[in-house]
Write a protein that binds this ligand. Structure first.
Ligand SMILES: C[S@@+](CC[C@H](N)C(=O)[O-])C[C@H]1O[C@@H](n2cnc3c(N)ncnc32)[C@H](O)[C@@H]1O
Length: 251
């Protein structure tokens, strides 16, 4: 299949498809329209910035806004002088954020966890492709269950956060993604709540927690009115990802 360069689309416009390439593109467009399967599943790949990931229906299509913050190594919330020796990616899915953590913090050992065996198989494949099989350790677990306390300088999590009413109205494309990766309980915050209440024990002093919650900022602020949550800007606005230092976490 023809692959156009992401960074040179202008030149690619002049490229004339061969008859075979036209047929292959037409087949893909027909399948996309007929099945409503996400294009990433048809192509078996998705991109976060310049990073390519293998994906299939065992994981959601990578699109986490945490990726944008990692590009800048979470600066200024994580001071540049702060060495990240150990990081945790909870709910790793395809392993995309674990790969980005490894790239942002080249000296860090990373643990990446998910409750889904089949998602972990996809993550393993991506880690192998990035030659990170040794530096990123995958394990199957329910959030923090069985992890050693006081271990991490940084914890990132993109947990399921779709509320029950939104789950019922999901467009067909999203219904091809694993329900386990989307369903965040009645108000979408089941996982965010658990993470907020448990994370402190697993962070080292002055460690940082970073969690994606969709556009659930006001709900979360109502649920935890005393927490000094920080909402950094992402391309989706100021209500998708929160940060909190260990010392400000409940515990
Ligand atoms: C929104 S997806 C995020 C995947 C990936 N981190 C990303 O950003 O593309 C959420 C992931 O959480 C996992 N998950 C669901 N319940 C879990 C639990 N109780 N403990 C750990 N992981 C869980 C799902 O299997 C899914 O892979």
């Amino acid at each position: 299949m023809l692959r156009l360069p992401h960074d040179g689309l202008a030149q690619a416009l002049a490229y004339e498809l061969t008859a075979r390439e036209r047929r292959s593109a037409a087949r893909l467009i027909e399948e996309r329209a007929r099945t409503r399967r996400p294009l990433a599943y048809l192509l078996k790949e998705a991109w976060l910035g310049e990073h390519r990931f293998y994906v299939d229906g065992r994981v959601i299509v990578p699109r986490s806004f945490i990726a944008e913050l990692l590009r800048d190594r979470l600066s200024p919330w994580l001071p540049r002088s702060r060495e990240v020796r150990r990081a945790l990616d909870l709910c790793t899915g395809s392993g995309c954020l674990a790969v980005l953590l490894a790239s942002a913090f080249p000296h860090a050992a990373i643990d990446a966890t998910d409750v889904s065996r089949s998602a972990l198989a996809v993550a393993r494949r991506n880690l192998r492709a990035y030659r990170l099989g040794r530096r990123v350790r995958l394990s199957r677990r329910d959030l923090f269950a069985g992890l050693k306390p006081a271990r991490y300088d940084l914890i990132v999590a993109n947990p399921p956060y779709v509320a029950a009413t939104a789950m019922r109205g999901l467009p067909p494309e999203y219904r091809h993604e694993p329900r386990l990766a989307l369903d965040g309980g009645r108000d979408g915050l089941d996982f965010a709540r658990r993470i907020l209440l448990e994370a402190r024990d697993f962070l080292r002093p002055r460690g940082l927690l970073v969690v994606e919650v969709g556009h659930n900022r006001s709900r979360l602020e109502r649920a935890f009115p005393r927490l000094p949550l920080i909402w950094p800007e992402t391309s989706a606005g100021y209500d998708c990802v929160f940060l909190l230092g260990r010392e400000d976490l409940p515990g």
